[in-house]
Design a protein around this ligand. Structure first.
Ligand code: ATR
Length: 278
């Protein structure tokens, strides 16, 4: 019996998820299929109908990508704390007639930085650029990794402040600021670009003074080569620069382990998907 899974998004042509989950299934010998579904943008409830139909026909789980992460959140019967704080969902499980929702983007990012790049956050100064969905997803896992400081810089400071307020007592080392404040905040060990600026080839207004030469600059976007953010980090001598390929594969591995109860090895898959930065 082959269990059925899918990723739903729109557009969906460029998704790597079927390839990643296919490789995971092969190495862990799981009897499962995984396909890409182009979710309907109209009518308003089109997305919900497709998800429910897939579940009703025996589907076991789905990944959810843009622009449906908020709709998936609204649709779920049960949501994890990570998904709740992110306000967005990237993985669903269908069990006993219920839709259970998770968000593995942040934990995937954390695992890539800590395990694959060998850079633990504990005791480090960490700067996250952006306060949109990607930053929200990373928040709880990052706080749990116990950095000495976790600073969220955003053009719209109130969005960062709202995240600090939402994290409440969990966010002891967390603070929000504007880009203009970064000049006097010194160097950070890890700088993560969680803005959507790279998707349009833009650079967030981050001063070069935030980077440490022996630190790490991490770009969430994947397959865009040396983005303006990574180029800036390189130009000021940062040795450790990485894009989001490892995060992409690690979030998939988290979903796979959640669905199948088996953790797939990731390093060969990351190597296969990695696109040279220069
Ligand atoms: P999402 O759908 O991921 O939540 P979003 O809410 O549009 O997307 O968030 C995108 C993030 O990238 C925001 O933090 C946004 O900053 P603002 O909230 O100040 O708008 C940030 N962003 C987008 N383009 C940017 C740019 N050119 N420079 C700096 N930040 C940028």
């Amino acid at each position: 019996m082959t269990d059925r899974y899918a990723v739903i998004g729109n557009p969906i042509d460029h998704t790597k998820s079927p390839l990643i989950h296919g490789l995971f299934a092969e190495t862990t010998q799981q009897a499962m299929s995984y396909v890409a579904i182009e979710g309907p943008l109209v009518p308003e409830d089109g997305f919900e109908c497709v998800v429910r139909e897939f579940a009703d026909e025996g589907g076991k789980g789905m990944n959810v990508t843009a622009p449906f992460k908020l709709k998936a959140f609204a649709l779920a019967d049960v949501r994890s704390e990570r998904a709740t704080l992110a306000g967005a969902v990237n993985a669903l499980k269908f069990e006993r007639g219920r839709i259970v929702a998770e968000n593995f983007d942040g934990i995937g990012l954390l695992r890539d930085i800590e395990t694959n790049l060998g850079v633990p956050l504990a005791g480090r100064r960490v700067l996250m650029l952006g306060a949109g969905g990607a930053a929200r997803g990373a928040l709880l896992p990052f706080i749990g990794a116990r950095p000495a400081e976790l600073v969220i810089a955003n053009r719209d400071v109130s969005k960062g402040e709202a995240l600090v307020a939402q994290a409440g007592s969990r966010g002891g080392a967390l603070q929000a600021c504007g880009y203009g404040d970064l000049d006097r905040m010194g160097r950070f060990d890890i700088v993560v670009n969680a803005t959507s600026a790279s998707l349009t080839g833009d650079l967030p207004p981050v001063p070069p003074s935030v980077f440490s030469p022996d630190g790490t600059a991490y770009e969430l976007a994947y397959g865009k080569g040396l983005t303006p953010f990574l180029r800036l980090a390189r130009n000021v001598g940062v040795h450790g620069v990485a894009d989001g390929v490892g995060m992409l594969v690690e979030q998939a591995a988290e979903a796979f382990a959640w669905w199948r109860g088996v953790r797939p090895p990731t390093s060969a898959v990351i190597d296969r998907l990695a696109v040279p930065l220069d």
